[in-house]
Design a protein around this ligand. Structure first.
Ligand code: ADP
Ligand code: MG
Length: 262
């Protein structure tokens, strides 16, 4: 790959992608090969109780997500989208029901085991990148690999490959403050995918970007979905972005429902 190609990584065509370094044997899984569930939520309920005040946010949420499948969650502000994503991601507890990630029921795990499932099976992308400001793009993307015990040399190799893939090959030593908004989110996408997780959870991952950059980041996520076989659950306000996913589910009155076929 020359420098120009590298900088245009985000716009690579699918045929170019086929020859990219990302296409290694360890990433041979894709959505055509398996109907296995990577996520299952069963009758999930969540009530916040603070100072005698009870807020019923989720009343009955059930869904399954297959390996390689992409799903959008839409719903009004305050409908509980972030709460649901936090529960799926093991960052918040539920009041009732069950969440299974890659075959493990989160509520039956110790904190340490849940931490391992999160690191092994999930990737996270937030609206505001949440990159660590004092570290470079390369160091930020290496972080999830170092947490799981990958040697630094190998972590840097894998992180560099993915940064090149998202079009940041010339920015690996820049800190987040030295990147544009779109570049920061592409760096956050690389960080979420560097461990080849079963599923990436994105809470309005392009909510802070202009239309062109949002479309570019969505296109990139979908390309990586095809290449790596990672499933995506993305919360978005934008129906045009939701329409790019395999399915759209609507969260309303604490219940998640499949949106009618498009
Ligand atoms: P969304 O992401 O769809 O905008 P949230 O999941 O952030 O919605 O919030 C859903 C509801 O839960 C809101 O009414 C919010 O005020 C409430 N809520 C969120 N977090 C807490 C909390 N820690 N304590 C009490 N209420 C909360
Ligand atoms: Mg939210």
């Amino acid at each position: 790959m020359n420098e120009t190609t590298r900088n245009k990584g985000a716009q690579m065509s699918s045929s170019q992608m086929k020859s990219s370094q990302l296409k290694s044997s360890q990433m041979s899984s894709n959505k055509m090969q398996s109907s296995e569930n990577v996520l299952r939520a069963s009758n999930v309920a969540k009530t916040y109780a603070e100072g005698g005040l009870r807020t019923h946010v989720l009343s009955d949420v059930s869904f399954t997500l297959k390996r390689g499948e992409t799903m959008a969650i839409v719903g009004a502000s305050g409908s509980g989208k972030s709460t649901l994503l936090h529960i799926i991601g093991g960052l918040d507890t539920l009041t009732a029901g069950e969440v299974e990630v890659d075959g493990r029921v989160l509520s039956r795990l110790s904190d340490a085991e849940r931490g391992r499932v999160r690191n092994r099976s999930l990737g996270f992308i937030y609206q505001f990148h949440h990159l660590l400001p004092e570290f470079t793009a390369l160091e930020n993307v290496c972080m999830p690999l170092l947490i799981r015990g990958t040697a630094i040399g190998e972590a840097e190799k894998q992180a560099t490959t993915l940064l090149e893939r998202v079009g940041l090959g010339a920015r690996t030593h820049h800190k987040p403050s030295e990147l544009s908004g779109g570049e920061r989110q592409r760096c956050a996408v690389a960080r979420a995918l560097v461990t080849r997780p079963a599923c990436v959870l994105g809470d309005e991952p392009t909510g802070n970007l202009d239309e062109a950059n949002a479309a570019q980041v969505y296109a990139l996520m979908l390309e990586l979905n095809h290449e790596i076989g990672t499933s995506f659950i993305l919360v978005t306000h934008d129906p045009r972005l939701a329409a790019k996913m395999d399915r759209t589910l609507v969260l309303h009155n604490g219940v998640l429902q499949e949106s009618p076929a498009r």
